[in-house]
Design a protein around this ligand. Sequence first.
Ligand code: ZN
Ligand code: FE
Length: 239
Amino acid sequence: MIKISILPVLSDNYAYILKAEDGDIAIIDPGGAAPAIDFLERNALVPRIIFNTHHHGDHTGGNAPLIARYGCTLAVPAKESGRIAGGNIMLTDGMRQSFGGEALHVFETPGHTSGHVCLHFPDSRALFTGDTLFSMGCGRLFEGTAEQMWASLQKIKALPENTLIYCGHEYTLDNAKFGLRIEPENADILARLHEVEILRATGKPSLPISLAQEKKTNIFLRAQTPERFAELRILKDRG
Ligand code: ZN
Ligand code: FE
């Protein structure tokens, strides 16, 4: 099993540090370098590779300083390599990689950005969703259509229910409140809202969260058609 550490970065981003059983170290979406360097130094770890889920600065801003300091390899979505400096490995849909002796499955989830990828480590049951899926929410449609994002969410929905989801942002509380406006009778959303209120009040992340739980509480995953998804996304954007 890969050991995953959650690092709060910038105002509400999460970067993740992965430590494999063989000692291999990866960083996912370092929006800033300082929290990652601090964590790595305190734990005497040297990262080998950085993964970016998409090109936005709050997920890639730490790439350059981390590469300068540790000389790590940079794996970026192939379709966004023109917008991320210094990529050495191009991540493509259906690509199979290995990390620390475990499988890594890459799949493209366009919608938030046109080449966004999610990273799935099936042996460790971990899925890194960047800004495609948030707990009880999903990313805004900056570069894609509602149909594309809906199709991307269907790919996530098809993974095993016990998959643990690690998202790019701590938006859970806001998302829960919006979810309750859409589904006021949904007791699972209400229960999760209360749970997250306590976690956040004590400074703890609301992540990871299982796919099974998201299927009960995430209105965007619960949308049965792209049309319904599009409607919900518009309502959420209006705030
Ligand atoms: Zn983003
Ligand atoms: Fe982001």
